[in-house]
Design a protein around this ligand. Sequence first.
Ligand SMILES: [Fe+2]
Length: 310
Amino acid sequence: MTMGRMQLAYLVLEVRRPDRWRQFADTVFGPTEPAVNPDGSIGLRFDPAAQRLVLTEGRSDDLAAIGLELADDAALDDVTARLAAAGIPTTPGDGALCRARRLQRLVACVDPAGNRVELAVGLERVATPAAPAFPAGFRTGEGLGIGHVVLAKGALATMEAFYCGPLGFRVTERIDAPLGPTRLRGTFLHCNPRHHSIALFEFPTRKRMHHFMLQANDVADVGLAHGRALRAKIPMSLGIGQHPAPDGTISFYGQTPSGFDFEIGAGGREIEPAGWREQPIDLARGWGHRPTARLKLRVARDTLAARLGL
Ligand SMILES: [Fe+2]
């Protein structure tokens, strides 16, 4: 059983304008010493891992793959066998793909919403420091991986069955609440002590990915990033606020050059996966995260588009 030993290791993003993304990442995340991989993709670093965000040029401006890292080959064989038993096809990554992703071994599958999931072993670690704009660094160690990714396509029950079935995630919390002109239904999933590494939303949006989150070690660095984003006129979505306990992350949200959102936070509390019992989210225990006029407009537009079936 791989429970507690899997982590969200990287995200592959297909972006129309890698140049704009480089500029955006430099502004918000700080210099990340981007490296160009053998396949032409650009790897952005935030910690000792060789890359955490992989930018590939393309038209979709959306998530291209979710990278989940497992402890070793035996763990990867285990998940691959469970996927096969569930009738889900898998494809081993060849040498060229492993070199581009800078890891030892990879097996890919596709989730019910069409998101590519890469199960990986041995993501390269490098010694030099990254992201000096976050002096206290990012909270990625001890097998926690990077923050989280929120997927917004696919039926909640089907997506949950996939991630909690063969992939071994467990439900942390659920949300079902009115949000502006629409309703947010969602499930927060953990695969290690991080409160959630993947969340599933039923929420009108044009992108597969609603947002991704990076977790800093120090809330002061979140404030500095917020200041840099404001000065650079990065479009903001939710102002600084705190998610309700037990998560407790203090964060803000803005829009990436691809149209989906990013979140930068700190102070999120870990959970004890053994014996964890799922619970509903109590929104009254959070504060802030005030939506901007721009976000309200986007949600209204996407809600209308979803109702009209566009
Ligand atoms: Fe988030």
